[in-house]
Design a protein around this ligand. Structure first.
Ligand SMILES: [Zn+2]
Length: 294
């Protein structure tokens, strides 16, 4: 059964992770643009980062048989540097038109400041103009208020709720999103936030419609195999294969398919691997024989 991880920061992961994910049945990933652990000081570093997401990282994934898509945005944390965020807003429309870019995101609130709200609202408008779905990050502190204000801002922006996924939900915030037409995403972490067991309980209570699960793995403690582990947890809890497929493949792919740049058909076609290929003269090989698989 194919799985899809709709939120993972692969730039911070190793090639072993790609190999292990493919072996576990994960056929594609969405890598949302986010911060880099320390504040960026120039718009140029955003340009290079965005180019990496659509360039090298996409290539690197393909070398291991993984299909890679991404989202583009100025993230909530760095939205607080207003002059920089204004510069990033100027380059975003160009990146939103690139192949493999399937949404605007992750946008939303971090500390719920006026600057965060300004760029959150502006990027909702950008998504509308670009006819792209939106990935909303909900804050890890003051979660309920962050989710409420995010949903209010979506309404105010006049963007169709079916174009929006609200991420990092918990028992506290999921019911708020269930009152809307937005899609519902949950990040499973090894030590904090949501676990497989709690996620199974949410699916038992609320059903599988528009429900999405991701690993949100990055350079912190996280697990890129969480989507595959969630399948095992659902199986053990008695969910049908069709329900598992819906939550861990069809829901996220159908959500991002609204961009017109990703499809179920594409993901169900086995990926071709050609490790003889180079990206700007660089390869992922370190002396091993290149694999070519049609
Ligand atoms: Zn993230």
């Amino acid at each position: 059964m194919p799985y899809f991880d709709p939120h993972i920061h692969m730039s911070s992961r190793t090639t072993d992770d790609y190999e292990n994910m493919v072996a576990a049945g994960i056929v594609g990933v969405v890598e949302p643009a986010f911060w880099q652990g320390q504040p960026r000081t120039h718009v140029g570093t955003f340009i290079d980062y965005f180019n990496t997401l659509i360039g090298w990282e996409r290539f690197r994934a393909s070398q291991f048989g993984m299909r890679h898509y991404c989202t583009m945005a100025i993230n909530p944390k760095e939205a607080n540097n207003v002059p920089l965020a204004e510069d990033v807003m100027k380059i975003l429309p160009r990146y939103c038109q690139k192949d493999g870019v399937v949404a605007v995101g992750e946008i939303g609130y971090d500390d719920i400041t006026p600057a965060e709200e300004r760029f959150f609202a502006e990027q909702l408008q950008l998504a509308k103009e670009m006819e792209l779905p939106v990935l909303i990050h909900t804050p890890h502190r003051d979660k309920k208020r962050g989710a409420e204000r995010s949903l209010a801002l979506v309404k105010e922006a006049g963007i169709g709720e079916e174009w929006v996924v609200v991420d990092h939900l918990t028992e506290q915030t999921l019911p708020l999103v269930l009152e809307t037409g937005c899609w519902r995403a949950h990040s499973l972490y090894p030590f904090t936030k949501m676990t497989e067991e709690r996620m199974v309980a949410l699916l038992q209570q609320y059903g599988t419609e528009k429900m999405i699960v991701n690993s949100a793995a990055d350079w912190g403690r996280s697990d890129p195999l969480k989507v595959a582990k969630m399948a095992e947890a659902m199986r053990a809890a008695g969910f049908s294969e069709a329900q598992i497929e819906q939550v861990l493949f069809y829901n996220p792919v159908n959500f991002y398919a609204q961009s017109g740049r990703i499809s179920v058909e594409e993901l169900l076609t086995p990926a071709r691997i050609d490790q003889t290929q180079l990206w700007e003269n660089n390869s992922v090989l370190r002396g091993q024989t290149p694999i070519v698989r049609q």
